[in-house]
Ligand binder design. Structure first.
Ligand code: GSH
Length: 275
């Protein structure tokens, strides 16, 4: 686990790129565990001037009074260890815990990388659409910096994430394989991936699958389905209709916001007090 000592902030700070699904994973976990934090959204590549201060490069980074966590999995483990509510993301049983850890790593390394590649391949060459994705509610200065650096950013994303038509085609196959595998487990009749309750494995699958599902409860405003180009909407619809896609959307509906937050936000119904 990466933990960088720092001077103590009065409130936890979550540094993110708002749209990032790894950031969504961390944001969801903190919401679920009811750990207070303030999200600080940055526009790439300007997040780096902050994340580097804490010993990381990418996002999410969680800055706490105990130090800074520079990886989503570390953030989940930290949150789980300090949460005062009873909603643990990792089972106490060593065998189940080990299974959750293995699935989380698999989704982090395979699914998250593939869905990001596919997602960026759809938008990175379209200056207006990438602006909608990156510049929501950002300052004039960041908008100006984006305009000046877009050609550089575009190249970085294309090269760094293989976000090209060929990369996207390869990624779709990988995503389908993972969805098929997860679908097979679920078709045995289980409601969750490990044991009989919601864990970090379910959260990670749903968050990292989000770029091909567009869940309405995603913790950052995504383009609505009817504003997406038909070709992209059709791909998303086909993933939504799979067993694994349907399960991830249910996990979002039932577990993305705590009942208290649902009431507070006023826009989500309380689902029978179910966690
Ligand atoms: N394994 C890392 C992956 C995080 C990651 O890939 N973050 C991307 C955003 S999706 C990022 O920060 N990219 C910009 C950069 O690396 O500077 C985690 O789970 O936190």
């Amino acid at each position: 686990m990466n933990l960088t000592p720092i001077s103590s902030p009065s409130v936890n700070r979550l540094i993110t790129i708002g749209v990032s699904h790894y950031c969504e994973k961390a944001r969801w976990a903190l919401d679920w565990l009811e750990i207070p934090y303030v999200e600080e959204r940055r526009v790439p590549p300007f997040h780096r001037s902050i994340t580097r201060r804490y010993g990381g490069s990418g996002v999410p980074v969680l800055v706490t009074k105990n130090g800074a966590y520079t990886d989503s999995t570390d953030i989940l483990h930290y949150g789980d260890a300090i949460a005062s509510n009873k909603r643990r993301l990792y089972p106490a049983d060593p065998q189940l815990r080990c299974h959750v850890n293995d699935l989380e790593t698999w989704f982090d390394v395979r699914l998250g990388v593939a869905t990001r590649c596919w997602g960026y391949a759809q938008v990175i060459d379209d200056r207006q659409r990438i602006k909608q994705v990156w510049l929501q509610q950002r300052s004039g200065l960041e908008k100006l910096a984006f305009e000046l650096t877009y050609p550089y950013l575009r190249r970085k994303v294309r090269d760094g994430y293989a976000a090209t038509p060929e990369g996207a085609a390869r990624s779709i196959l990988k995503i389908q394989q993972i969805f098929d595998e997860v679908g097979k487990w679920l078709e045995r009749g289980q409601s969750y991936l490990v044991g009989d309750r919601f864990t970090a494995a379910d959260l990670t699958f749903a968050a990292l699958a989000a770029p091909v599902l567009f869940p309405p409860e995603y913790g950052f405003q995504l383009t609505s389905m009817n504003q997406l180009p038909d070709k992209i909407a059709a791909i998303i619809q086909s993933f939504r209709e799979t067993t694994a896609g349907d399960y991830a959307l249910r996990i979002y509906r039932e577990h993305r916001y705590s009942p208290r937050e649902k009431l507070h936000k006023g826009q989500f119904e309380l689902v029978g007090g179910r966690r």
